[in-house]
Design a protein around this ligand. Structure first.
Ligand code: ZN
Length: 160
């Protein structure tokens, strides 16, 4: 069976940036399962996996435009520490949910200097070229419940 729209695929992967630094991975003990075509994975990976079958291995380089988008400097802001009332200590790397012009999004604290806090609303992988090494473990039809929920149940998916 091939991976086409609305099929469930279970994969393992290794994701590295262009410097060879490991960004993320899913191994056989904790594979990743998704339904193709419903936006649960980035467009570049959907395109690369379409038509593949169990046992196939792919190696694909995905540019930011087909990944998490480009970085936008205007999503970097400097705020006063007063805005973080209730947070005991604001340190680089902390993430907050914030209301932005494009709705709720996750912002990351990138610097703290005196009473100024620099936050970055870009996705952490925005602007990053992604190098995926993927093994396709299984391709199957979704259950009606999975289609209904829009995600996979069981190994690699939701357990609820
Ligand atoms: Zn569900």
């Amino acid at each position: 069976m091939q991976i086409t729209a609305n099929k469930v695929a279970t994969i393992t992967y290794i994701l590295k940036d262009n410097d060879g630094t490991l960004i993320d991975q899913a191994d056989k003990e904790s594979p990743f399962a998704f339904i193709l075509g419903n936006g649960s994975i980035i467009p570049g990976l959907e395109t690369a996996l379409e038509g593949k079958s169990a046992g196939d291995k792919i190696n694909v380089t995905i540019e930011p435009a087909d990944g998490y988008g480009d970085r936008h400097d205007d999503m970097i802001q400097i705020m006063s520490k007063d805005m973080f009332e209730g947070v005991e200590e604001v340190t680089p790397g902390m993430q907050f949910h914030a209301q932005t012009g494009e709705g709720m999004s996750v912002v990351t604290v990138t610097a703290v200097e005196d009473d100024q806090v620099t936050i970055d609303g870009n996705h952490p992988l925005a602007g990053v070229t992604l190098n995926f090494d993927v093994d396709v473990l299984e391709v199957r039809d979704p259950t009606e419940e999975e289609l209904d929920h829009g995600h996979v149940h069981g190994p690699g998916g939701h357990n609820h």
